[in-house]
Write a protein that binds this ligand. Sequence first.
Ligand code: ADP
Length: 399
Amino acid sequence: MSLFKSKKQPVATNYPPQNSLADLALVNIHDGVMILNNSGTVQYFNPAAARMLGINAADATRLNLGLLLRVESTDGRQLAENENLLLQAVHSGRPLEDYKICFFIFSTNKRIPVSVSVIPVNDQNGSRIVTFRNIAKELAEDSEQTEFISTASHEMRTPVASIEGYLSLALNPQTATIDERARGYLNAAHISAKHLGQLFHDLLDATKLDDGQLRPKLQPVEMTGLVKQIADQLYPQIREAGLKYQFGSVSTEADTARRINQVVYGYVDVSFMGEIIDNLLGNAIKYTPTGGSVYVNVRGDGDRVLINVTDTGIGISNDDLPHIFQKFYRSDNSDTRTIGGTGLGLYIVKKRVEAMGGRVWAESAFGEGSTFYVSLPRISGEEYEKRMINSNKLQGGTQ
Ligand code: ADP
């Protein structure tokens, strides 16, 4: 009997036997539900999962999920093992929620965009309940909305840049003469125009990342050197804000002290890294009062590169912390109200980090400071050399 049946073939509604209300729900639910063990072998498929994956549930059990489908990013890029959060969640038993990816189904040669969650179960088999739903319609609607916002912000950037330019001319004593009261008004208008310009810039960036127009161009990189180079460029801003700055570990423990300037390799997009560090360190500077400190560090953590941007600033309350990576979210307190921002920076950081197969999160003590962590896939020194040789060959070949 063939392992894979055609997509049109009806799936047996009595599989598994409907002997409880829970079974009834599993059999009739529109979301796909699979139970895997911790090595990814399928223990159970509900009919919706079988339908979506175009397979026969009874035949596919006890097969490894990797034989049935391949995990790709929503823009169709095949994910390496250390970028594949679904695989990692199944192997490690870490929960995963609303992970948006594509399943490339071998039996049908089709790609379906899905949102996947993994719930680990505490049993002897290391079972993982994996639920998923088709998000093709959602993505199409998002894409329409994104295109509208993208066009609108692009169109509005030009007049705003012109307003900003003329206000600069009006405020420059070499190009205009104005009285003090007018200077106050124009200054306020200039600040707002700059804010609007930043907002359109961030909106355009966010929408391009949302609909996959901005894709990372990954290359082998020595991460400590790259991050240091980016962070050091912000030194004039740090000094102007009256802050102390240190690159490298701040711990006095011998083992962490040795980690200072550890050589670690990654496979990242250099311009994405620039935006990420600029944003995180920019925030650290913005949200730390004069006299405080900002620190940046890079180290290897198993198969990940771990970057942290730490400050001794105003901190983030426990209520705000889970929301700060959402679009337009800004903590609302007396400190943040006086500090300008668009609420899009961290959303853009998250999108860029995730596009490179990474993860970003924050820890903070309100009133004491915050640390933002970025974890990215790490490659070995040998892998780095190999990929460098390959990319040099490619470049040589195109000359
Ligand atoms: P914004 O443009 O408002 O800074 P972000 O998306 O970069 O937008 O950050 C979202 C919110 O997270 C900020 O408004 C601020 O409340 C909080 N936040 C971000 N970074 C820090 C930090 N280093 N210290 C304290 N609060 C921060």
